[in-house]
Structure formats: structure tokens, C-alpha cells
Design a protein around this ligand. Structure first.
Ligand SMILES: [Zn+2]
Length: 311
């Protein structure tokens, strides 16, 4: 008897990744740029074609971890800010094509499931995953139960309010959300705002003329010891400590794993300020906080774990 084969799909705004695997891990994978040229149906057709290529023979189910927001009851992505289509059907076109169960989850929900089955959270029942990339998101498992919400969009933690009177607007249009400070897309904006502050003027009279402008530049200069960039990274860390504390106070996790390209590339710069400051804002007993062992494959492993559920 061989082990049960499944297919996992990580549906992102930039790439679609499809993996064939079993409970021991990923056996084979295909990656393609997400098709933005053939309408909303082009996305599901692309997934169908990739699934065919990786091979559906002897496969029990397909799991998909997708960008949101989702409308889980209809198996669709709706009004995503990250793709130019309003309504993207996912589950139905795949179910019609392949005669096996097709399951869909928000990517961060999938990621925490991936951590629980394959990653550092193996066997841990109270677990949170937080990702720092273009956006800032998270998924939570409480008492062994994956939290999803009415439409599958529970714990949009990037949109926790850090400061309701903030001058920084989030991409969603609200004021002072966590993501407005600390996501890859918004860090440059937060940095510009910081640099104009009285505190910065006093501290950095000499260097302020040539400030770092991109998220990448801020972190690479901080890694080289540049004082202004290090100060910006410290400020990002202060906000992250508040965000992590909110998450800890709400979910009471035993472990938080941290992923996303910014955290994976700058583990110390992201984690150290959180670890040193989070206890100031927390009422619950502190969890362990660490970088994900699954690195850039967290969602893909989660999708695979989702496919294996329930059979
Ligand atoms: Zn927001």
C-alpha cells in the first residue's frame, strides 16, 4: 500500500504553485505566473491545466490556499484588490473537471494548517501563523480547530487598528491599521512619515538628506548598521510588538510561526524587537515565537494538508 497522494495549490496574485504530495511532504511541484490576461475563468483554467500536468492519477483530493477575500460557501474569490477580476470561481470549475473533492481555504488559514501538519506546529493545538510580505496576514488554530469565519476570512490581522487617529491610511481605506505600518507595500510610506517627525529631525540631522526609500533598502541598510534605517526598523518592531500582543491576547497561542519574504530574509530584524517588547502589551502567558520551518512553502503545504483532511 502506497501513501495517499493529494494535490495542493497555492493561488497567489503573482504565482500559482501546484504540488503533488502525501503525508511525508511534497513530491513534485510546478510554478507559473498567475494569468491576468484571460479573465476570471482564465485563473481556474490555468489551475486545471497545471493539475493535469502534475498528474491526477491516484490523487484523492485537491486543496487550495488562495488569496482572499473569499466567499467560501460559493467557492470563490470576491473583490480581491490583488487581481483585476471581481469574481473568480475556483471550486466549481475544478470539481467539474476532476471527479475528486476540491477544498478551498484563505491562504493564511491554509498556512497555519500547513504548520500544524508539516511544520514547527506539528501536534500543537493552539497555533498562529503571521506573514510579512506585500501584505500582512495571519491564520489561527484554537483548541485544534481552524478558525475560518462566516465567509472564510477570519483573522484579517493586518487590519487590526494600531492607532485610530493615525495619519497613515491602510490600502483598505481605514486609518491606522497594522498593515499600514508594517507590510512590505506600506513600510516605505511609514518610513517617510517617520523621517518627517520631530524625533527624526533631532536624531539624524546629518543623514536625513538621503533616506532609504524601498522596504528592501531599509532592511539591507539596517543589516549594514546604518543608523537611520536601524531606527526605522526599530519603529516597525514597536508596532509589530503591539500587533503580536493583540494576537496573543485574542488567541492565546502556544506557538506563533512567522513567515513571508520580509521575515524570512530578515529574521533577526523582524523578531528581536517583537521578542523584547511584546510582553509590555500582553496579558496572556507568552507563546514561543519563531520563523517558519516551511519557509516560502507554508501555503503550499497547507493546501496539501487541506486536501488530505476528511478522507
Ligand atoms: Zn486595513
Amino acid at each position: 500500500m502506497g501513501s495517499k497522494l493529494c494535490i495542493g495549490v497555492d493561488l497567489g496574485a503573482t504565482n500559482i504553485r501546484v504540488a503533488l504530495g502525501d503525508e511525508t511532504g511534497i513530491k513534485k511541484r510546478i510554478v507559473e505566473k498567475t494569468d491576468r490576461l484571460h479573465g476570471s475563468l482564465g485563473i481556474s483554467e490555468q489551475i486545471v491545466s497545471m493539475v493535469r500536468r502534475i498528474g491526477v492519477e491516484d490523487v484523492c483530493a485537491i486543496g487550495i490556499g488562495s488569496i482572499g477575500p473569499l466567499e467560501l460557501s460559493r467557492g470563490r474569490i470576491v473583490n480581491t484588490p490583488n487581481l483585476p477580476f471581481k469574481d473568480i470561481p475556483i471550486v466549481k470549475p475544478l470539481s467539474e473537471e476532476f471527479d475528486i473533492p476540491v477544498r478551498l481555504l484563505n491562504d493564511c488559514c491554509a498556512a497555519v494548517l500547513g504548520e500544524h501538519v508539516y511544520g514547527a506546529g506539528k501536534g500543537i493545538k493552539n497555533l498562529v501563523y503571521i506573514t510579512f510580505s506585500t501584505g500582512l496576514g495571519g491564520g489561527a488554530m484554537v483548541d485544534g480547530h481552524l478558525l475560518q469565519g462566516k465567509d472564510g476570512n477570519a483573522h484579517e490581522i493586518g487590519h487590526l487598528t494600531i492607532d485610530a487617529n493615525s495619519e497613515l491610511l491602510c490600502g483598505c481605506g481605514c486609518r491606522g491599521h497594522w498593515e499600514a505600518y508594517c507590510s512590505g507595500a506600506n513600510i516605505p510610506n511609514y518610513a517617510r512619515w517617520l523621517i518627517q517627525s520631530d524625533e527624526a529631525r533631532e536624531k539624524f540631522k546629518q543623514t536625513i538628506e538621503n533616506p532609504p526609500s524601498s522596504t528592501e533598502e531599509i532592511f539591507s541598510k539596517a543589516n549594514e548598521g546604518d543608523l537611520l534605517s536601524s531606527w526605522i526598523v526599530e519603529k516597525i518592531g514597536e508596532v509589530n510588538a503591539v500587533g503580536f500582543a493583540d494576537v496573543i491576547n485574542v488567541y492565546d497561542p502556544e506557538l506563533i510561526t512567522v513567515g513571508g519574504s520580509i521575515a524570512i530574509e530578515n529574521p533577526d530584524l523582524i523578531l528581536k524587537p517583537i521578542l523584547s517588547q511584546v510582553s509590555r502589551h500582553v496579558i496572556n502567558r507568552l507563546p514561543k515565537i519563531r520563523i517558519t520551518l516551511l519557509l516560502r512553502d507554508t501555503v503550499l503545504y497547507g493546501a496539501l494538508a487541506l486536501a488530505m483532511q476528511g478522507d
